[in-house]
Design a protein around this ligand. Structure first.
Ligand SMILES: *Cc1c(COP(=O)(O)O)cnc(C)c1O
Length: 384
């Protein structure tokens, strides 16, 4: 039998060996623990968690999905109820779809992730964006939220059906005053989603303390899980709306299309959970913030400016400056990527020199020192 030449490129594909140091904001929080890496093969078969399922994924006792979803996870999120979803975006979409009808308004911050926009669009909502303050802070303020809600009220005759706050955002790693912003939403009786895709699993997080009605988190972004997998927290009284069951299939929740993460994805999240709980303890997080600030200082000492909250309160940071851009004019735009790669450092997107974001989560002071030295070394090499 002749093999279709098209098929020859498929089959097991090896991954380029992950480099010694990874600063990619998308990846630092999703690097698997050894336990999760093992769970991946252990539970890799399709529907592997369904052996003892009576029809509801979240009720499975063996493996302990019930205890995870109904006990550990709500406590971890600081919310009344939780579900595991296929990602932060699926969590947000489920809430928007359940809480709103076509043509309703949602107010969301000007630093919102694209997935919040497309989730709202898929739910056929009208979007009002809360403007951020100008460069270099790009802050989202409670006053701006109130103004945006007022605008919706003026245009449509009533407040928006829902609000969303990104905490922190994925561009600058800014942590807005969530408590004050959720209070503004509640003053107008608007329920609010706190999108914690970059918070939940990285830093201490308590949805109720933040005043959230809903929280969304990402397993593959921030909970050392192999995705797609996410978490959703819901506070009373909205659980009845979001967890509505199908009238025809009485143990299937409509917004989750019956079942969500039903295999290796949820099991990697559970495998990493003890270590994720550990890394979100205040002492561990303080150390991470200390490392981020130290690294920002190193970058500023070579002429790159850190934008957003300053001093910074998160591992995700945005830098801007002309040091490497100027070199790229003499060399080529990929020189920085190439030089970093040669030093075993991954995470700055190919072609970026004038501005880039990086994450220091879990990298540690020693390796961050190596990165800072690498930047200095590269500058020296090209100024010779
Ligand atoms: C990465 C990211 C998301 C998307 O998370 P998924 O789990 O992949 O859906 C949503 N919001 C923010 C702020 C993000 O950074």
């Amino acid at each position: 039998m002749t093999v279709d030449p098209q098929l020859q490129k498929f089959g097991l594909i090896k991954r380029e060996t992950p480099r010694a140091i990874n600063l990619d904001p998308l990846q630092t929080g999703g690097i698997l623990t050894p336990e999760a890496r093992q769970a991946l093969t252990e539970w890799g078969d399709g529907y592997s968690v369904c052996d003892y399922c009576g029809g509801m994924l979240d009720q499975i006792k063996t493996p302990p999905i019930y205890d995870f979803v109904h006990k550990a996870l709500p406590a971890f999120l600081g919310m009344d109820h939780a579900r595991v979803t296929n990602g932060a975006r699926e969590s947000k979409f489920a809430v928007m779809h359940a809480m709103c009808k076509e043509g309703d308004w949602i107010v969301l911050d000007g630093n919102a992730h694209y997935s919040s926009m497309v989730a709202a669009q898929r739910a056929r909502l009208k979007i009002k964006t809360v403007p951020k303050t100008p460069a270099p802070d790009y802050r989202i303020t409670p006053e701006a939220y109130a103004a945006a809600i007022e605008e919706v009220r003026a245009e449509s005759g009533k407040p928006p059906a829902l609000a969303l706050l990104t905490y922190p955002d994925g561009s600058y790693g800014n942590l807005p005053d969530a408590k004050a912003i959720t209070k503004v939403a509640h003053d107008y009786k608007v329920p609010i989603i706190v999108n914690g895709a970059y918070a939940i699993g990285r830093m201490p997080f308590d949805g109720k303390a933040l005043g959230a009605d809903f929280v969304a988190g990402s397993g593959h972004k921030s909970m050392a899980a192999s995705g797609p997998v996410g978490v959703l927290g819901v506070n009373a009284p909205y659980d009845a709306t979001v967890f509505q069951k199908s009238p025809t299939n009485k143990n299937k929740e409509i917004e989750f299309l019956g079942c969500t993460a039903r295999g290796a994805t949820i099991m990697t999240m559970i495998a990493s959970f003890p270590k994720v709980v550990e890394r979100t303890q205040p002492a561990s997080w303080e150390k991470e913030v200390g490392d981020a600030r130290w690294f920002a200082e190193q970058m500023e000492s070579i002429g790159m400016r850190q934008l957003g909250d300053k001093p910074h309160n998160h591992d995700l940071m945005f830098f801007e400056g002309t040091v490497f851009y100027d070199i790229s004019q003499k060399a080529d735009r990929y020189f920085l990527y190439r030089e970093m790669k040669a030093r075993g450092i991954h995470g700055i997107k190919p072609g970026l020199t004038k501005n880039f974001k990086i994450s220091t989560l879990g990298v540690g002071r020693e390796k961050l020192g190596i990165v800072a030295d690498a930047f200095r070394d590269i500058i020296k090499k090209y100024s010779a």
